[in-house]
Design a protein around this ligand. Structure first.
Ligand SMILES: Nc1ncnc2c1ncn2[C@@H]1O[C@H](COP(=O)(O)OP(=O)(O)OP(=O)(O)O)[C@@H](O)[C@H]1O
Ligand SMILES: [Mg+2]
Length: 248
């Protein structure tokens, strides 16, 4: 059997006395959509930050294609094909949509011995990405002036610059309109169809039960469920999240 695309093995994360994650195992297959659920403070964002290289685990192992890896930082994880939309979106308000999409990955153009930022190429590519996402976001608009849904589109467009095989989305539908939720879910379906692995964190049962293949539930830093969506239900998920159901 071939190794999973990505694995956490026995991963724990402590912040002083707080046990944010305790002995968590997770395995991600290619083209899978995993719905990651849990109450506030359950450890979801901490898990995403470990997968994306923002945090180092206090204990345990991270494996990519069967090989133990240690990401020095998020740029390192990104170079290895892991992209993330953080819960706070991590955008620069005073920059344009296009600037934000290319932040840290600017396109450059050479004229003689000089290198210039190629604003025109970046605006064009950002415009293409927004069109693909069916977002009305315009590349030249300042992020400061944008709605929640437009900001979300900018953060998601960032993940499509490279053909990353793993995309993590930390509550992408928490603060957006019904129509925009449908668009984000459609985007996840398209990523899956092209073989991308998506980890979707959401508090919204309909989102998870619409697009996910597998449900993973964290409670107080421990994984209490990891099963096929077809073998569970929103009622069971709710019980697992609240603790009414111990484990499944
Ligand atoms: N940088 C940090 N320093 C100290 N404690 C932290 C840090 N990040 C997270 N924690 C703690 O770790 C625990 C898990 O937090 P985490 O953000 O992973 O939860 P979450 O499941 O994403 O919650 P939410 O649904 O509210 O986003 C919490 O008790 C939180 O206070
Ligand atoms: Mg969180």
């Amino acid at each position: 059997m071939s190794a999973p695309l990505f694995e956490l093995r026995g991963v724990s994360k402590r912040f002083g006395g707080i046990h944010a994650l305790e002995q968590v195992d997770l395995s991600l297959g290619a083209g899978e959509v995993i719905g990651l659920m849990g109450d506030n403070g359950a450890g979801k964002s901490t898990m995403v930050r470990i997968i994306a290289g923002n945090f180092q685990p206090s204990e345990g192992e991270v494996r990519l294609k069967g090989e133990a890896v240690r990401f020095a930082n998020s740029a390192d994880a990104r170079d290895r094909g892991i992209e993330v939309v953080h819960q706070d979106l991590a955008l620069c308000d005073n920059l344009t949509a296009a600037d934000n999409v290319f932040l840290g990955r600017e396109l450059k153009r050479r004229i003689g011995p000089f290198r210039f930022l190629d604003y025109r190429a970046m605006a064009r590519r950002a415009g293409e990405l927004f069109a693909e996402l069916q977002s009305e976001t315009r590349p030249a608009d300042k992020v400061r002036m944008m709605s929640g849904g437009q900001r979300q589109a900018v953060a998601i467009a960032r993940t499509r610059l490279s053909d990353a095989p793993i995309v993590l989305m930390d509550e992408p539908t928490a603060a957006i309109s019904v129509r925009q939720v449908a668009q984000v879910l459609a985007l996840i379906e398209r990523l899956k169809a092209s073989g991308v692995t998506v980890v979707l964190i959401s508090h919204r049962m309909p989102d998870v039960f619409t697009v996910a293949d597998r449900l993973v539930v964290l409670r107080r830093g421990r994984k209490v469920a990891d099963k096929k969506i077809a073998d569970t239900s929103p009622e069971e998920a709710t019980g697992l999240i609240t603790g009414a159901i111990e484990r499944a």
